[in-house]
Design a protein around this ligand. Structure first.
Ligand SMILES: Cc1cc2nc3c(=O)[nH]c(=O)nc-3n(C[C@H](O)[C@H](O)[C@H](O)COP(=O)(O)OP(=O)(O)OC[C@H]3O[C@@H](n4cnc5c(N)ncnc54)[C@H](O)[C@@H]3O)c2cc1C
Ligand SMILES: *[C@@H]1O[C@H](CO)[C@@H](O)[C@H](O)[C@H]1NC(C)=O
Ligand SMILES: *[C@@H]1O[C@H](CO)[C@@H](O)[C@H](O)[C@H]1NC(C)=O
Ligand SMILES: *[C@@H]1O[C@H](CO)[C@@H](O)[C@H](O)[C@H]1NC(C)=O
Ligand SMILES: *[C@@H]1O[C@H](CO)[C@@H](O)[C@H](O)[C@H]1NC(C)=O
Ligand SMILES: *[C@@H]1O[C@H](CO)[C@@H](O)[C@H](O)[C@H]1NC(C)=O
Ligand SMILES: *[C@@H]1O[C@H](CO)[C@@H](O)[C@H](O)[C@H]1NC(C)=O
Ligand SMILES: *[C@@H]1O[C@H](CO)[C@@H](O)[C@H](O)[C@H]1NC(C)=O
Length: 491
């Protein structure tokens, strides 16, 4: 256990006195039982600090120890250890989850998944085995370099497994469906430490549930996913960003609605709107962008001509591959979307089309953002949905297959707890404004949830869904050990 001793050695003496568990025999036994590649970090060490840093500084789970696991057995032992010591535990992959419930973790045991990042192509190239800590960017580039691709998300630094658990939106969902639609099977460690296989044939109800409500049931140590051959004629991605001043809002989003309502939406087209500030273009008001992504060598002019006719303030254009489209979103590892250390809030709203008055209201809220919040953006994500909407809604726990658009602010402010209430209040106003002109029934994407959504908003309005989820929750997590992320709660 060389690495472990080394990690223990990193504890500063300042903290030794506060670690009540340190000398208790159960922990020594636990430590000795772990795989030799496992590490344990304690408060006061740099490794602990690094492992605790989340994408958003506004979520501050408090751990007594973080176990960097390296096998399924390590996960089992860590959960059993936490149970025996009546400690909450929490899985840490990409660290991007932003629900406020994460703040409920005190004296916790972190289960850090970063060592479990193996990707292996199996079944004659039709599937891949991914361990529970794989990052989205690593998956995209691994598959691409092996002549493969699958539905992958729009941000390299986000974990890949957690998005599956809540559905999983991103590139190629128009062709293949959601990330969760690619799931063939999963290995999971349940709240009592038991490891099971979940698939269509093994625990099929749980297999249904983890594809949309999956944060509630276990730690996923490995998944088997469908993957697909790259096809040379589809390998290029033409991308173009059109920047507009705010006076063009209604005109641009009328065009965007036309694309959404077209009876034959092309599977190649992603439309991605963003509100932000750019003082070079408008020193006072927010501006907005319409990014067009076309899977192919060139964007058809029927999409670009109407935007060019509105005299955009700036236009960029590039042709790249799937491994580089996230960089165009500034969501590669060095991009602004991946920067840690800021406080953040997301507030999801799924919609079928744009209400222009509602968009204007949201933009007006942006216009009045306090100075500290002016690096915030509003995401208006419009990935192709062809395959997503073909898959029967009752086939998995993901409830929102009717939605074409995923809206959410990414509110960003300097880490400063006295600003958090303002961030919360602005987020609430944006959500109410974005829902104007709809039937008012919020559909909130679980993976962007902020923590105040109802069960119906997160998991769907059909009562059979909620009953099924509640029954499964009672069976597999009766004591609510997995309740720090969009928990399934009793009526
Ligand atoms: C900048 C940014 C970009 C994003 N882009 C996309 C996108 O393109 N598409 C999309 O669908 N979503 C996207 N999301 C949302 C994303 O799906 C969620 O934030 C997701 O929870 C992040 O996973 P993580 O591993 O990075 O985060 P973590 O905070 O580490 O994990 C999130 C939750 O999942 C649990 N978890 C993590 N790993 C496991 C595991 N192996 N087994 C069981 N539970 C686990 C954690 O305990 C936690 O409850 C984005 C979010 C951000 C902030
Ligand atoms: C902690 O993170 C910083 C910044 O990313 C890095 O430079 C440093 O090497 C990390 N330390 C350890 C012990 O991993
Ligand atoms: C989380 O904490 C809040 C208070 O911050 C509390 O109201 C809520 O009940 C807690 N939820 C759970 C699931 O513990
Ligand atoms: C990854 O997993 C495969 C299949 O289980 C195994 O053969 C391979 O050695 C693993 N790679 C690493 C680096 O652990
Ligand atoms: C394996 O895949 C290749 C190419 O994808 C295909 O030609 C071959 O028939 C497949 N073999 C089997 C046994 O399925
Ligand atoms: C935190 O924000 C408050 C409210 O805007 C401000 O008064 C205070 O100076 C800020 N603190 C720091 C350290 O920036
Ligand atoms: C647009 O969205 C509204 C509100 O959700 C809905 O009532 C309407 O039917 C949608 N229009 C089209 C053409 O889909
Ligand atoms: C753990 O929980 C599962 C699901 O409820 C159950 O099937 C299994 O028997 C439990 N294992 C133990 C050791 O109690």
């Amino acid at each position: 256990m060389g690495t472990l001793l080394w990690a223990l050695g990193a504890i500063s003496s300042r903290f030794l006195g506060t670690l009540t568990l340190r000398t208790q025999p159960p922990r020594d036994h636990f430590v000795a039982s772990l795989n030799s590649k496992a590490e344990i970090y304690y408060p006061g060490s740099e490794q602990f600090l690094n492992a605790s840093v989340r994408w958003s500084a506004a979520q501050t789970p408090q751990y007594d120890m973080i176990v960097k696991v390296s096998s399924e057995a390590d996960v089992q032992k860590t959960i059993c250890f936490a149970n025996e010591n009546k400690r909450p535990f929490f899985t840490i992959s990409g660290g991007h989850g932003t629900t406020t419930l994460i703040n409920n973790i005190t004296n916790g045991v972190g289960i850090l998944m970063h060592n479990m990042n193996n990707i292996t192509i199996v079944d004659n190239g039709s599937a891949a085995l991914l361990e529970g800590g794989v990052f989205s960017g690593d998956l995209i580039s691994y598959l691409w370099s092996h002549g493969k691709q699958t539905m992958t998300t729009g941000c390299d630094c986000v974990g890949y497994i957690a998005p599956i658990l809540g559905g999983g939106h991103g590139w190629l969902q128009g062709r293949y469906g959601l990330a969760s639609d690619q799931l063939i099977s999963a290995r999971m460690v349940l709240a009592n430490g038991t490891a099971i296989t979940v698939s269509q044939d093994s625990n099929p109800d749980l297999f249904w549930a983890i594809r949309g409500a999956g944060h509630n049931f276990g730690v996923v140590t490995q998944v088997k996913m469908k993957i697909y051959d790259r096809e040379p004629e589809q390998d290029q991605w033409a991308t173009s960003g059109f920047v507009f001043t705010q006076d063009k809002l209604e005109q641009v989003f009328t065009i965007a609605n036309g694309w959404l309502e077209s009876p034959k939406r092309p599977v190649e087209l992603t439309q991605y709107g963003v509100f932000s500030f750019n003082p070079d273009i408008d020193p006072i008001n927010p501006i907005f962008m319409m990014w067009i992504y076309w899977q192919g060598p060139a964007i058809p002019s029927k999409y670009t001509d109407p935007l060019n006719a509105l005299s955009p303030a700036a236009v960029d254009y590039s042709v790249t591959g799937l491994t580089s489209v996230n960089a165009h979103l500034q969501a590669d590892r060095d991009g602004g979307a991946c920067a840690e250390g800021f406080s953040r809030a997301m507030v999801p709203i799924s919609l079928t089309n744009y209400s222009l008055p509602a968009l204007r209201k949201v933009l007006d809220i942006f216009t009045t953002l306090p100075t500290e919040f002016r690096t915030s953006i509003m995401l208006l994500e419009g990935y192709a949905t062809n395959r997503v909407s073909e898959i029967p809604s009752e086939g998995s726990a993901f409830p929102d297959r009717d939605a074409n658009l995923l809206l959410s602010p990414v509110l960003t402010w300097p880490k400063n707890a006295s600003l958090d209430a303002t961030g919360w209040e602005i987020g609430g106003r944006i959500r109410r404004a974005a829902l104007e002109g709809t039937d008012g029934k919020l559909e909130a994407y679980v993976n962007y949830a902020r923590g105040d959504e109802s069960m119906e908003e997160l998991y769907g309005y059909e009562s059979w869904r909620l009953e099924k989820l509640r029954k499964l929750k009672k069976e597999f997590d009766p004591h609510g050990r997995f309740n720090f992320y969009a928990p399934i709660l009793e009526d």
